[in-house]
Structure formats: structure tokens, C-alpha cells
Ligand binder design. Structure first.
Ligand code: HEM
Length: 458
């Protein structure tokens, strides 16, 4: 690696950052450049250079220790779907107020009350899967997990699995899923991000009529639900009820628009990463029969054939380690981007204002100085006692610092409930002709899903 004394910036490729590979296989490019140049890689876009950061110390500097200088790009591109909710709020007072109002929704006692509803939704999927058992007819896991996770979120947020029961909402959500993954959208997003950072002002993405019509449909449904609940609170114990009751430090409640924006942030914003994480977990279990057997043994011993409860979930260290290890090897959020506001020093180099800092959980999770045999799937590394002494910033599936995922405890509960409900019933195997093709767009996921066959667990 070039020493800071010899150059104005860290080593990196000569070519512009926005090459064709950046659009088609951005993670592949980052992996290669890291191998070539080391822990910090400089990408020389002249107006908005980018640094790739893959060392935990540097992640800590940008995301936590000096976070006030490194601003999230949330909200730089107006998004009619996400509005100004927590997910899309630019950093500042409005974000902080929302964070304080939303965070308590996921406190432990509230999470505990959500477990039964979550398990009920998994049972419905498990029933549906029964027709595949022993037929050799594979199940496509990514679409199944999307359907499941949206349903589970619906149950937690509205006390109703709205995805199954409301065809209009289902069509709108399905459209958003396609839209997120269409190449046109990732290209447009990237261009908008780069132009925004060059020009210093938000670029309006031109959204298709179909997208805006789907947003209108979501609005009609969500505003209708909010009005109904305001008129007749119905004694529900769900996230919508909590948001309607929430008061900020001045005693002020959220407006209808603010409640709508938070609902979208949680219900729409959280589901894709969670569905992808659940799919990767099932993929690893199908690929590693010994791990799958050990999870099933633990579930049988601890749950004894009963549905999981919040208390019993705390006694499943190996199952939980499988989830943690999956999020290490396959972090859905594979990069976190920040923009430097002012000049700064990092590892002896000068960071210029407006530089984009790309922290990559995918590469942090494989840093050979912090992980032994990083490419191997070894859940044991997350068993109690194994984590001591590990750098806190070597493992960041949910980000870190102020903008860390607000739904992380919820997500870990949901993933463990899903395994605890499915695995006692079914054994998963990859379909014989299935080949994994990973891709990294808005999430790191299997491009064409995962095909698995099912047999009844003995
Ligand atoms: C495996 C599943 C998930 C992963 C990997 C994930 C990952 C992340 C990451 C990395 C961030 C921080 C982004 C940044 O620093 O730029 C984030 C933020 C956020 N996540 Fe998640 N997330 C998941 C599930 C969820 C769920 C289920 C919800 C809601 C129920 C949710 C709601 C949010 C919200 C609202 C934010 C913005 C927080 C803020 O800016 O204050 N996430 N998530």
C-alpha cells in the first residue's frame, strides 16, 4: 500500500468510478479493487471521489466516532413512496424526533407480544408447503419468503396479514419489489446519487406513472386505516396503535402524513432485506445438512413440539448463531454510503469535503485479520463465549452509529421464529440442478432466487 506521505490520496484504480461494471456487478468490482489496493481504496471520480473502507477501525471512524462529519444520503432523492419517514429522512432534527418516536415500538416487551402473530403467519406458509413434500417439485424460496415476511410485518404493524387479504395492496407491493430490482432503477438511483453529490442539490428522479399510481393505492389504504383507528381505536396492540399514541418531548402527536410515512418506512422499507436474509438462511441450511440437523435437534429439545415464545427463543443459541453467521456471509445491506461534510483525516490521509465514503459490511465480514477462514459458513463463531475480543465494527449487518437499523431486534426475532416454526416440520435440500447466482443491487441476494426440495423432517 502506498504510504500517506507519497500521495494525496489512498491507492486505487485509475479508471473512473462509474464504469459499466459499477452498474452490472458493483460488489465484484469492490472485491477485486480491495484485493489489489488494501483496506482503503480510492475511486477517482473528479467531482465526487469515493473511498471504499473495509477495515473496522475506519468503519468506526465514519459511522460512529466522527459521524457528525459523515452524512447519510437518505433523503437526497425525494421518494414519493417513502415520503419523509425514518428511512428516508435527511439527517437533522426531524430525523431525531422520528427516531425517538419509533424506537420504543421495538422494545423487548413489545417484541415479546409480536412473537405469537409471527409464528401464526409462518404456520400458514408451512401448511401451503405440505403439497410439495416428497414430490421433488421445488419451492422457490425468495418469492415464498417475501410473501411470508410482508405478511408477518402486516400482522405486527396492522394486526392483519394484509398481503394475503388485500389484493390491491399486494399488487402495489409486488410492483415495488420489481421496481427496486429493475436495472433501470438501480442505474437511475446511482446516477441520481452521483449527480446529487456533484451538484450539491437533490435530483428529482422521474418516476413512472405506474409507480405513482401504486403509491396512490398504498396511500388510500394507509390513510383509510389511520382514519378508522383514530375514530375507533379498537384496543389493538400493534405498531399502528403505538404510532398513534406516541408523543414527542413537547407532547405532540404524529400527524396523519407522519404516521403514513412511518408505516411505509417500517412495512415497505424493512421487508426486502428481511426476506433476502431469510432466503440466505434457508439456502445455507439446505447446503449444510449437518448444520440443519443440529438446528433441528436444538429446536426439538428446547421447544418440544410447541410453537416458539419470546422466552424460548432466548434458549436457542445455535439457531441464533446460524442466523448471525448467515448475516455475516450474506449481509443484505452490503454497502453503507456517507458523504464527508468537512475535511478530515483518516489513517493518515486527508479526506476532502464531498467525498463519498463507502463502508462495505460484505468486505468487513471477510477481513482476514478479524475472521478465521472467512469464506466458510461456521455458525460456531457466534456461540456464546466465541465473540469476546472481536472488534465491534468487524460485524455490521445492521449498520452502526445513530442510523443503525431501528428494526434489528425485530428482524432477529422474526428470523428465529421462522426457523423455529419451519425446521421441525421440513427438511430442506437444494434442488439438484440449482446453481446460485449472487447479485448486489439494492440488496445482496440470489439473482434468480433459490430452488429447494422438501421432505418431512423425521
Ligand atoms: C435482515 C434485515 C435487515 C437488514 C439487513 C437491515 C439493515 C439496515 C441497515 C444497514 C440500516 C442502516 C443504513 C445506513 O446506515 O445507511 C438500516 C436502517 C433502517 N432499517 Fe433496517 N434492516 C433490516 C430489517 C429492517 C426491518 C424489518 C425494519 C422495520 C421493521 C427496518 C427498518 C429500518 C429503518 C426505519 C432504518 C432507518 C433508521 C434510521 O435512519 O434512523 N429494517 N437497516
Amino acid at each position: 500500500m502506498t504510504s500517506p506521505g507519497n500521495s494525496a490520496h489512498p491507492p486505487g484504480p485509475k479508471r473512473e468510478w462509474l464504469g459499466i461494471e459499477q452498474l452490472t456487478n458493483p460488489l465484484g468490482r469492490l472485491i477485486r479493487e480491495k484485493q489489489r489496493h488494501g483496506d482503503i481504496v480510492y475511486f477517482p471520480n473528479p467531482r465526487a471521489p469515493a473511498w471504499l473502507l473495509t477495515h473496522p477501525d475506519h468503519a468506526q471512524h465514519v459511522l460512529a466516532d466522527n459521524a457528525t462529519n459523515y452524512i447519510s444520503l437518505a433523503g437526497t432523492r425525494p421518494n414519493p413512496l417513502l415520503g419523509k419517514g425514518l428511512f428516508a429522512a435527511p439527517h437533522g432534527d426531524s430525523w431525531l424526533r422520528q427516531r425517538r418516536l419509533v424506537q420504543p415500538v421495538f422494545h423487548r416487551p413489545r417484541l415479546a407480544r409480536m412473537v405469537e402473530g409471527m409464528a401464526g403467519d409462518v404456520q400458514v406458509m408451512a401448511e401451503r408447503w405440505a403439497s410439495h413434500v416428497g414430490t421433488g417439485e421445488p419451492v422457490e424460496l425468495l418469492s415464498e419468503m417475501r410473501r411470508l415476511v410482508v405478511g408477518m410485518l402486516g400482522t405486527s404493524v396492522f394486526s392483519s396479514n394484509m398481503y394475503e387479504s388485500n389484493a390491491t395492496l399486494r399488487a402495489a407491493l409486488d410492483y415495488f419489489t420489481q421496481d427496486i430490482h429493475g436495472p433501470h432503477d438501480s442505474v437511475a438511483m446511482l446516477l441520481a446519487e452521483i449527480l446529487t453529490s456533484i451538484l450539491g442539490m437533490p435530483i428529482r428522479g422521474s418516476r413512472s406513472k405506474r409507480f405513482l399510481a401504486a403509491v396512490e393505492q398504498v396511500n388510500t389504504i394507509f390513510y383509510g386505516l389511520i382514519a378508522e383507528r383514530r375514530q375507533a381505536p379498537a384496543g389493538k396492540d400493534d405498531i399502528l396503535a403505538m404510532l398513534l399514541e406516541a408523543r414527542d418531548t413537547q407532547g405532540v402527536a404524529l400527524t396523519d402524513t407522519e404516521v403514513r410515512d412511518e408505516l411505509v418506512s417500517l412495512y415497505v422499507g424493512g421487508h426486502e432485506s428481511t426476506a433476502v436474509a431469510l432466503t440466505w438462511t434457508a439456502y445455507e441450511l439446505a447446503l449444510n445438512p449437518d448444520v440443519q440437523r443440529r438446528v433441528r435437534d436444538e429446536l426439538t429439545t428446547v421447544l418440544g413440539g410447541q410453537p416458539p415464545t419470546f422466552e424460548s427463543l432466548q434458549n436457542l443459541p445455535y439457531t441464533r448463531a446460524v442466523v448471525d453467521e448467515t448475516l455475516r456471509v450474506h449481509p443484505p445491506a452490503w454497502q453503507l454510503v456517507r458523504r464527508a461534510e468537512r475535511e478530515d483525516q483518516l489513517a493518515g490521509w486527508t479526506v476532502q469535503p464531498r467525498t463519498l465514503m463507502v463502508v462495505s459490511p460484505y468486505l468487513l465480514h471477510r477481513h482476514p485479520d478479524f475472521w478465521k477462514e472467512p469464506e466458510r459458513f461456521l455458525p460456531e463463531r457466534f456461540l456464546p463465549g466465541q465473540k469476546e475480543g472481536r472488534h465491534r465494527y468487524a460485524y455490521l449487518p445492521f449498520g452502526a452509529g445513530q442510523r443503525q437499523c431501528v428494526g434489528n431486534g425485530y428482524t432477529l426475532t422474526l428470523l428465529t421464529v421462522a426457523l423455529a416454526t419451519l425446521l421441525p416440520r421440513y427438511e430442506l435440500r437444494l434442488a439438484p440442478d440449482y446453481r446460485l447466482v449472487p447479485m448486489s443491487g439494492s440488496t445482496h441476494r440470489p439473482r434468480n432466487g433459490v430452488l429447494a426440495t422438501l421432505t418431512r423432517a423425521g
